[in-house]
Ligand binder design. Structure first.
Ligand code: ZN
Length: 222
């Protein structure tokens, strides 16, 4: 029996746990996990043509244009591993990116089958992110309650004192959430209008959230 490709968008605010959930979902449904952040870092590290172009923007402190990321996605989507379908982790972030992805998928006679939105109240996101502590030396990330360092204050790996990054301060987190919502609201409307948006409560344990995401996939015919 031939099963068709399944394309799943996983959306959610910063701190909602998208990365972990996207990986688990991809594993459970045998799909390719695509994180555009990882893809970008990989292409830059390998020095591919779009990678070098992206690097030039990053070096100038500018955002990498959608079109450059689109070319990276295009190649990935045409790969053998992507033929079964993909879980897009935190992408698209804007309606422009959504239309770009639609276009790439249309060339393969595919479309987004379902958009899962991980909904987490702001207060919980602030609590989650404000508990983050980072190692300034090696970049390891800890969490005061979810993943504390062994001695409570220093990096397990290199022993450096952990710090609260500027990004993880209360005010900075609230600003990031505000920016995220403004950019994402039209995107949610777009998928809602197509009848493929599923809003999933992103609170509770990772196992509970994973279970709800699987339920959200039930309506999708393969
Ligand atoms: Zn360290």
């Amino acid at each position: 029996m031939v099963t068709r490709a399944l394309d799943v968008v996983l959306l959610g605010p910063p701190g909602a746990g998208k990365g972990t959930q996207a990986r688990r979902l991809a594993e459970a449904f045998v799909l390719l996990h695509i994180s555009t952040g990882d893809l970008l870092r990989d292409e830059v590290a390998r020095g591919t043509a779009p990678g070098l172009e992206a690097k030039a923007f990053m070096n100038r402190g500018e955002l990498v244009p959608d079109e450059v990321v689109g070319r990276m996605l295009l190649r990935q989507l045409h790969s053998q591993q992507a033929s079964v379908g993909c879980v897009y982790d935190g992408y698209p972030r804007t309606t422009a990116q959504a239309h770009l992805l639609d276009g790439l998928l249309a060339e393969l006679n595919r479309r987004i089958d379902v958009a899962l939105f991980l909904d987490v109240p702001d207060e919980e996101l602030v609590t989650r992110m404000a508990g983050r502590r980072s190692c300034p030396a090696c970049g390891s990330v800890y969490h005061l309650t979810a993943h504390p360092p062994k001695d409570g204050a220093n990096c397990d790996g290199c022993g450096s004192g952990l710090v609260l990054r500027d990004d993880d301060h209360d005010g900075a987190i609230r600003e990031r959430l505000r920016v995220y919502k403004a950019a994402t609201a039209p995107l949610l409307d777009l998928y809602r209008g197509r009848g493929i948006l599923r809003e999933i409560a992103g609170t509770g344990t990772p196992d509970q959230v994973h279970g709800r995401l699987r339920d959200g996939m039930r309506s999708v015919k393969r």
